[in-house]
Design a protein around this ligand. Structure first.
Ligand code: UTP
Length: 294
């Protein structure tokens, strides 16, 4: 199979880093300027040409389904009030794409979440996008990765260079650069989850975009529970490496970590500055602040 058609969006995590905000509301629905964070990843998939989307949800995640569904009541009210531009905005979300949902009954890890979608994926290679990672890029990050997949027909993980102080927060790759490709594609030899800097094979960190071959499913079935009693995707990838080639791709673009408080705030500030409606005013507001007062 040459083409990727399906994208998975694991969204069944507990979002503990945002408690209490995420007690009754999914992390994926936290608002970044004017859209819930999961919509950015969905739009990236759609703009990459993926048409078959699956969101993996869990308990308390109904708001995600409602967000991408048609809201007849709201549309009627907006129509009656003549709010045609708002109506267009609301319809654009539900018209964007067809999404299927599958539930992960217990948050047993990212590897487990992917396994839950096995029957929906079947025997095709597929994309995985974690909504926490928001990527600003001229060519959508997933589209760039699909081009690499189409050339090499191997699993692809997205990587970025991180400072030494941050390697212990990521899965880090040990890889050999492939000829050409501007030095952006690596043959992965090994992956190390959250290494101490002195044991880290590189500063190249895996972020939340993957293209996986269906061989990952059998591997994940056999991968035991790792750190935190969860089935870790990185452990599964390390096991997949024993039977298949995995490539790492240093994408072009800027990645924002909206999955934790400080990262979320930084993302909000930068996206607000770039926003065409409020950007200018927000910039002058920021400039007017006397930071020494805080
Ligand atoms: P994270 O560990 O970053 O998210 O998982 P979390 O568990 O929701 O948040 P914290 O750490 O408690 O604050 C990475 C991605 O994997 C999904 C999450 O929804 C997130 O998109 N995930 C994680 C699942 O779908 N199922 C799981 O069991 C675990």
């Amino acid at each position: 199979m040459d083409r990727i058609r399906r994208a998975l969006f694991p969204a069944a995590g507990l979002g503990t880093r945002f408690l209490p905000a995420t007690k009754a509301q999914p992390k994926e629905m936290l608002v970044l300027v004017d859209k819930p964070i999961i919509q950015y990843a969905v739009e990236e998939a759609v703009n990459s040409g993926l048409t078959n989307l699956v969101i993996i949800t869990g308990r308390g995640k109904n708001a995600i389904e409602d967000h991408f569904d048609v809201s007849f009541e709201l549309e009627r009210i907006l129509e009656d009030r003549g709010k045609s531009d708002l109506l267009t905005l609301v319809r654009a979300v539900s018209d964007m794409v067809h999404i299927a949902y599958v539930r992960q009954k217990e948050a047993l890890g990212l590897g487990h979440a992917i396994l839950v979608a096995r029957d929906l994926v079947g025997c095709e290679p597929f994309a995985v996008l974690l909504g926490d990672d928001i990527i600003d890029a001229e060519i959508p990050c997933m589209r760039q990765m699909m081009d690499i997949y189409e050339r090499y027909k191997a699993s692809v993980v997205a990587i970025m260079e991180v400072p030494a102080a941050e390697v212990s927060r990521y899965g880090i790759i040990d890889g050999i650069p492939l000829e050409g490709n501007d030095g952006r594609v690596f043959d992965v030899k090994r992956m190390v989850e959250k290494p101490r800097i002195e044991n880290s094979p590189s500063h190249l960190a895996i972020i939340g975009r993957y293209i996986l071959t269906p061989a990952i499913f059998d591997v994940l079935e056999k991968t035991g529970r790792g750190a935190g009693g969860e089935i870790q995707l990185t452990d599964g990838l390390q096991n997949l490496l024993a039977q298949e080639r995995i490539l790492a791709y240093r994408f072009r673009g800027k990645r924002y970590d909206a999955g934790e408080k400080l990262g979320f705030l930084k993302t909000t500030v930068e996206f607000a500055l770039k926003n065409k409606d409020i950007g200018r005013e927000f910039r002058s507001y920021l400039k007017s602040l006397n930071l020494d007062e805080y």
